[in-house]
Design a protein. Structure first.
Ligand SMILES: [Zn+2]
Length: 103
């Protein structure tokens, strides 16, 4: 079980390019993107999965996603969250992706 966000991002071990930050949430460009535009939106507090997140937090995550879409104006985009065996890092994270798949 790894937690990329607590272990590398919030610890400062890996430097990320921030897109948007609030008191509770950080959005940054994926360090090893799968899409031309690949943004990660994570709660700063350690929250394991979607099911552990409050509705308020989920709402705030989508507000941040909305602001990013407004700002970057991608032509087409998708907002995703993985759970269970689909979830790679054991810290809740959403993806905002756009453009071609690059790997
Ligand atoms: Zn964590």
């Amino acid at each position: 079980m790894s937690d990329f966000y607590c272990e590398n991002v919030f610890s400062g071990k890996v430097e990320v390019k921030k897109v948007k930050e609030t008191d509770n949430i950080l959005a940054f460009y994926h360090t090893n993107p799968y899409y031309e535009l690949h943004i990660v939106i994570v709660p700063k507090e350690h929250i394991l999965t979607l099911l552990d997140a409050s509705d308020e937090l989920i709402s705030e995550i989508f507000s941040v996603a909305k602001e990013i879409v407004k700002k970057l104006k991608p032509e087409g985009y998708s907002i995703r969250v993985n759970g269970g065996s689909f979830q790679d890092s054991k810290h809740l994270h959403f993806y905002l992706v756009s453009g071609e798949k690059i790997r």
